[in-house]
Design a protein around this ligand. Structure first.
Ligand SMILES: Nc1ncnc2c1ncn2[C@@H]1O[C@H](COP(=O)(O)OP(=O)(O)O)[C@@H](O)[C@H]1O
Ligand SMILES: [Mg+2]
Length: 313
């Protein structure tokens, strides 16, 4: 029986089709195709050796099926337990503990709560928030963004206390973090595959979506060898600690120090139109290597989260 790799995808086309074609081209006993998820029974997990999850952040009903698959021995990229457990606040704390530079970061109480929550439900929450103290500690400008987010949704750069409050007042039930804005001279995005393979690239968030990789070298200096080595090391440290097999890790460089900004991109943008031909080829090849390796390795024992131990206890 050939090994089976299944892909869970949204609307993207170039990456999944490139990956399926690359795995086929290798001519091994590993096959790849779009996965099919039916109404799932607990004793009939999805029948794949590897599942590449590009979309469960937007299609949450896949998440329990992916956890079941992992429990049954499927290698899921990215690990659904890790992916769902982490957030930008705890991730930043973990990064700091591991010696990676991060912006000063504060977790904020929400502006609003559900209809069942009254002031009696919030007795643990200190009130009012010391906004002035937060601004003094972080300095201005400040980035305010959801602790769990993506695609720049609800990300705001504010330049005054008044603007911070105005933005905060519109965040409704989101959990937000406030973060020192790193005023950078270079911005780097590292594409990381299989935790160890790292491709650092200048990436300029000031450009439009399709030009961020392509035009970055026109608007900032190239990375020194020393800086390149450091971002590669830091990106590996973060992906090993947080268990990401496929990720992009962003650093803003200020005074020669790379600060980790966004490093929990469980389904990074792998589209050829934004990556460009060279990065795209690299991603497809490294992902094919990873899928083939994981398929042949089979289940990890003991399972990384020790769910097997918990269940057999
Ligand atoms: N603390 C920060 N300092 C400097 N720039 C930041 C900071 N936080 C966010 N940004 C900018 O905002 C963009 C979006 O923020 P990010 O944390 O990546 O959110 P998302 O997960 O929605 O992509 C980043 O790519 C970066 O350009
Ligand atoms: Mg981002």
């Amino acid at each position: 029986m050939p090994y089976r790799v299944g892909l869970l995808v949204g609307r993207e086309r170039s990456f999944p089709e490139g990956l399926i074609e690359e795995i086929r081209r290798r001519g091994t006993d590993v096959t790849a195709a779009y996965a099919e998820i039916d109404a799932t029974r607990i004793d009939r997990p999805p029948p794949y050796d590897v599942l590449v999850d590009r979309i469960s952040h937007d299609v949450p009903c896949y998440q329990p099926a992916l956890k079941l698959a992992l429990l049954a021995g499927t290698r899921v990229v990215n690990n659904p337990f890790w992916r769902i457990a982490d957030d930008k606040f705890i991730g930043t704390a973990i990064a700091q503990k591991l010696g990676v530079a991060v912006p000063k970061t504060v977790l904020l109480p929400s502006k609003e709560y559900g209809p069942d929550i009254t002031s009696g439900s919030l007795r643990n929450l200190k009130y009012p928030i010391d906004w002035r103290g937060i601004v003094e500690e972080l300095g201005l400008p400040i980035f305010m963004k959801p602790h769990w987010g993506g695609g720049w949704r609800d990300v705001h750069k504010v330049t005054s206390l008044e603007e911070l409050l105005r933005r905060y007042d519109r965040t409704a039930k989101l959990t937000m973090i406030a973060q020192e804005a790193i005023e950078w001279t270079q911005y780097v995005r590292c594409i990381v595959i299989g935790r160890e393979e790292v491709r650092p690239a200048l990436w300029d968030p000031r450009h439009g979506h399709f030009d961020r990789y392509a035009k970055a070298s026109q608007s900032m200096a190239p990375l020194s060898a020393e800086l390149e080595e450091r971002v590669i090391r830091d990106a590996r440290t973060l992906c090993r600690a947080l268990g990401y097999e496929m990720n992009t890790v962003e650093f803003a460089v200020r005074d020669g120090v790379p600060y980790a900004i966004d490093f929990m991109n469980s389904a990074p943008d792998f589209d050829i139109t934004s990556l460009g031909e060279a990065h795209f080829r690299w991603v497809v090849e490294k992902m094919a290597d990873l899928c083939i390796r994981l398929a042949k390795e089979g289940p990890v024992s003991p399972a990384p989260m020790r769910w097997d131990a918990l269940l057999s206890a």
